[in-house]
Design a protein around this ligand. Structure first.
Ligand code: SF4
Length: 176
């Protein structure tokens, strides 16, 4: 008999069976599925706002768009971050800093490129000082189009990343 007070809500997409006795709870699951479930729903992201897209990034983390409800909260340190959201125009001068910060993040780590500038240079593609996409510097998992993307678009980008994480084989993940 299931005790409703201790039942753990496990997504049906995960092949997981669980049993919740009155004195606590026992979850039995495939190791990859369990770790992916936890990781996908606790995606801590490092802010890397570089230009006007950063305004929409901040708005996405605010109470109206409420990205926190997906378990995504921002951190100020790469050491505590699972994800870096690069938002805005990336100059060659800043590109080396992005690489340093990315290298300081622990594995497994992910990258969202937010906005046209970060995706390919955008309006400033012809600029002598502008990098033609953050993927020239670090590997990108999800691209969010727009100039700037709305908070809803970035939220969908995070949800796309969650789908990727849930399909991963954690113990056999290839590093970049
Ligand atoms: S994509 Fe548009 S809004 Fe975003 S940083 Fe570039 S110019 Fe600004």
């Amino acid at each position: 008999m299931t005790d409703t007070k201790t039942t753990v809500a496990v997504p049906q997409t995960i092949d997981t069976s669980y049993y919740s006795p009155k004195d606590g709870g026992i979850i039995t699951a495939n190791t990859d599925d369990f770790l992916n479930w936890v990781r996908a729903n606790s995606m801590w992201y490092m802010l890397f706002g570089l230009a006007c897209c950063a305004i929409e990034l901040m708005q996405t983390g605010g109470p109206r768009a409420d990205l926190d409800r997906f378990g995504a909260v921002f951190r100020a340190s790469p050491r505590q971050s699972d994800l870096i959201i690069v938002a805005g125009t990336l100059t060659y001068k800043m590109a080396s800093r992005v690489k340093i910060l990315y290298d300081q993040m622990p594995e497994p780590k992910y990258v969202i490129s937010m906005g046209s500038c970060s995706n390919c240079g955008g309006l400033f593609e012809q600029g002598y000082s502008v990098c033609k996409g953050v993927d020239k510097i670090i590997p990108v998992d999800v691209y969010v189009p727009g100039c700037p993307p709305r908070p809803e678009a970035l939220t969908e980008g995070v949800m796309k990343l969650q789908e990727i994480v849930k399909r991963e084989r954690f113990l056999r993940r290839k590093t970049a």
